[in-house]
Design a protein. Structure first.
Length: 294
């Protein structure tokens, strides 16, 4: 019965039988039976369905309020017991933006698995990482500082991993065919490569002497992967607006030319989102600390 009461707590927290069932590693039909058994045990309804979400009745709210601290305390105790293990054990679901996954995450996971071989991972690599945050242990997502991503909907802890200003770049091969832009407004006459997942739209922002301007560049080529944009601009397909850390090696090697350097740009920010300690698994907490300390 205690398992079914704990299951009910997660149904209320997630508003979904299916999400709670994933947490308990049972089928949705089994989860529905658990709720029915619980209501039969107490002889009263504990939940109702509203707008496709499950919400507690007054009796269900009483059960949730009084029993959820016990659920959290028991999970905390389980995590403390896991601390006695020599190696981490468990499973971690990670949702990550492609550019971080390609350049950093796989190296870190490979290093971590050397000393923690009993940990398993599932990686969901997508430019829309925050859309899947509720289903993951750790979410790594990037956005531009002026984009205004919808973080207010997330009941997660956020830590910034890194920042990088944008750089405007093109290959010499492209500039041999087109005049070099001298001011941001010149970009409207060029082939431009952009990613909505990086900047929110085809708007590129520039600041000089305290004055900002937003240039709506032509939609010559849109790609939702920064590495593919880098390939395109390196091959001469047009001008791109990419995070500095991604293009600096190509600028130093001469493959790309940095443009409009007397203007400041917006800032690309990479953030790690994770469950608060009361609800996070021990193995997810350990790997999160591993990431943040690298």
């Amino acid at each position: 019965m205690l398992d079914k009461m704990a299951f009910f707590v997660y149904v209320v927290r997630t508003g979904s039988i299916s999400a709670a069932a994933r947490k308990f590693n049972i089928s949705v039909s089994a989860g529905s039976r658990w709720l029915q058994d619980l209501e039969q045990k107490f002889g009263m309804p504990l939940h109702r369905r509203s707008n496709r979400l499950l919400t507690p009745t007054p009796a269900g709210q009483k059960l949730f309020d009084d029993f959820s601290p016990m659920v959290d305390n028991s999970e905390h105790l389980c995590r403390q017991m896991q601390e006695f293990q020599l190696h981490d054990k468990g499973h971690i679901d990670i949702v990550c933006t492609p550019v971080y996954a390609n350049h950093y995450l796989m190296d870190m996971i490979s290093e971590y698995l050397i000393t923690n071989p009993d940990v398993t991972f599932n990686l969901n690599i997508t430019p829309w990482a925050l859309d899947h945050a509720a289903e993951s242990d750790l979410t790594i997502s990037a956005n531009a500082s002026y984009q205004g991503y919808r973080e207010h909907d997330l009941h997660l802890v956020r830590r910034e991993i890194m920042q990088s200003p944008f750089r405007v770049v093109a290959s010499q091969h492209y500039l041999d065919r087109q005049p070099t832009p001298q001011k941001p407004s010149d970009l409207t006459q060029h082939q431009c490569l952009f990613a909505t997942t990086l900047t929110g739209s085809n708007d590129w922002i520039f600041t000089k002497n305290g004055e900002s301007q937003i240039i709506k560049v032509p939609k010559s080529l849109e790609v939702n992967d920064s590495d593919l944009l880098l390939q395109g601009v390196t091959k001469g397909a047009g001008i791109a607006y990419l995070p500095a850390f991604l293009v600096e090696p190509e600028i130093e090697s001469g493959q790309l030319i940095s443009l409009l350097d007397d203007f400041d740009t917006s800032v690309w920010s990479l953030n790690l989102y994770y469950q608060p300690p009361a609800t996070a698994s021990a193995v997810a907490i350990h790997f999160k600390e591993f990431l943040l300390n690298k």
